[in-house]
Ligand binder design. Structure first.
Ligand code: AHR
Length: 511
């Protein structure tokens, strides 16, 4: 018997086949909802994200727009069901004085965008433009307040300006500028990256500043309770989270942020398309690190807030590479390949599976910057592989989370290894959705999922992949990578079998 087993094992190794991945899907009620806000986006005054991306100006006759907002972009983002949009930064937020961006456009001051390329910012896109655009997009605004170069009064006034329906100096000013009813903005950031571009502060100093600012952020309307988000840790800076959790009372803070980019090395990021498998592996390693990161930050939060009242908000995540050759280094414009689809699939699975604490996240950034979902070139617009992953995964928004426990093979390169398959699952309107990502650059992975008596009759799905990891959608070939019907899944009794090709993202629907 032992001999036979050894023979079978050695012959399977010789053929290069791998052990099958296995998983269990629990379909009993979990009592947890995947917050749709995990699928949020980010729009900074950086490069061509706002100007040329979202906004082309009211007098642009070449590019169809409504009040200067590109209609092609609005249509694409509405299909994506973006739940929230963070603005105006990023680093830019802590240099932004919101009163510069209201009133007649020809009277607004021009400033220098010191963080991003030293360009002239003429403030033609301001508070009204952004909040009206959010209404067009059917998305919730997330305003990032200026704590570093602003004042408590300035931020308190911004809250009053956008949220107060009654009579007050700020609501009067808003009405003079043409908006009668308030926009009712719940999500507010209080500074950004306070440990870096937001003032190089120490965590205990920032905690005190946060307490002061958030005290004066008033709930102007009973139906718009403010959700105040503290500037969070830089990746694995656990001391930052610990200090904020220890020093900020829960009646002043609804969320605490975390920023983590999938980057190979900050001094040697590598190209966005022409990368090697070693560079791909290094990016996947940085992306996979999100699992350890959120677990450790959550463990700290659990110590101070065992009832999970305060949310972890990963309001900047995504891949960061060298800019495209010939483009302004301060504009952070990069292409988007299957590698980015892998970052998105794997990261969203991690967020879905920590839905009891992660209530919000923002991919950086929506258009023409970093891991964008949309790229524009004058009147042309294309959707990136990342766009398609977010669209495939949007079935999880506000759905009941279902635990999916995976035992996965490794994706190995040299002496290093990473979990190859990640997944998450949810249920809504009687349908179960399972999303799976296989980051293995070369090997297909078969996975056998035990659905434990769920009695599904059919499975259907879509897949996103391409022949090469380096493939991307271009303005010349915009539909090279799009989701197509997936035929590699089969359900029989309790067993759902799925054959995941190398470097693929699959979304399944079970009935
Ligand atoms: O997303 C680009 C920049 O990255 C943001 O402005 C900043 O917050 C982060 O360092």
């Amino acid at each position: 018997m032992r001999k036979l087993l050894l023979l079978l094992l050695s012959s399977s190794m010789a053929l290069g086949t791998r052990a099958q991945n296995t998983a269990e899907l629990s379909t009993s009620p979990s009592g947890r909802t995947i917050s749709k806000h995990i699928y949020g986006h980010f729009a900074e005054h950086l490069g061509r994200c706002i100007y040329g991306g979202f906004y082309v100006g009211e007098n642009n006759t070449k590019i169809p727009n409504k009040d200067g907002i590109r209609t092609d972009v609005v249509d694409a983002l509405k299909k994506l069901k973006i739940p929230n949009l963070r603005w105006p930064g990023g680093c830019f937020a802590d240099t932004y004085h919101w009163k510069d961006g209201i009133g007649p456009k020809n009277q607004r001051p021009s400033i220098v965008n010191t963080w991003w390329g030293g360009t002239t910012e003429n403030n033609s896109f301001g508070t009204h433009d952004f909040l009206n655009m959010c209404e067009l997009l059917n998305t919730e605004p997330y305003l990032a307040g200026n704590l570093a170069t602003g004042t408590v009064q300035e931020l308190a006034d911004w809250v009053q300006y956008v949220n107060f329906a009654g009579e007050s100096p700020m609501s009067k000013l808003r009405r003079q500028n043409g908006r009668n009813q308030p926009w009712k903005v719940s999500f507010w950031g209080v500074g950004n990256e306070a440990w870096g571009c937001g003032g190089n502060m120490k965590p205990d100093y920032y905690a005190n500043e946060f307490r002061k600012y958030s005290t004066f952020m008033t709930n102007w309307d009973n139906n718009t309770k403010l959700f105040r988000i503290a500037s969070g840790a830089n990746s694995a800076d656990y001391n930052w989270t610990e200090t904020l959790m220890k020093n900020i009372p829960s009646n002043l803070m609804e969320g605490i942020a975390l920023h983590h980019y999938s980057v190979i090395n900050w001094n040697k990021k590598g190209p966005s398309t022409d990368f090697t498998e070693e560079q791909y592996f290094a990016t996947m390693k940085s992306a996979s690190f999100m699992e350890e990161l959120v677990n450790k930050h959550i463990a700290i939060m659990d110590k101070y807030d065992p009832n999970k009242k305060i949310a972890l908000v990963v309001d900047e995540w995504g891949g960061w590479y060298d800019v495209e050759p010939g483009t302004n280094p301060g504009f952070l414009y990069q292409q988007n390949t299957i590698r980015d689809a892998m970052i998105a699939g794997l990261t969203l699975n991690i967020f879905n599976n920590h839905t009891d604490r992660i209530k919000m996240a923002n991919l950086a950034q929506a258009i023409n910057v970093l891991q964008a979902v949309v790229l524009t070139n004058e009147e042309k617009m294309i959707l990136t592989p990342t766009y398609h992953v977010l669209e495939m995964y949007n079935v999880h928004q506000d759905a009941e989370w279902l635990p999916l426990t995976i035992k996965t093979n490794n994706y190995s390169l040299g002496n290093d290894k990473l979990p190859a398959v990640s997944g998450s699952a949810s249920r809504k309107d009687g349908l179960t959705h399972v999303t799976l990502t296989n980051i293995d650059a070369k090997a297909a992975q078969e996975i056998s999922i035990n659905v434990k008596g769920a009695k599904y009759k059919t499975v259907s799905g879509r897949i996103l992949t391409s022949a090469k990891l380096q493939d991307f959608n271009s303005f010349e070939n915009p539909n090279k990578i799009v989701p197509v019907t997936f035929k590699g899944a089969d359900i029989k009794g309790d067993v759902l079998k799925v054959k995941l090709p190398a470097h693929s993202v699959v979304a399944l629907e079970l009935k």
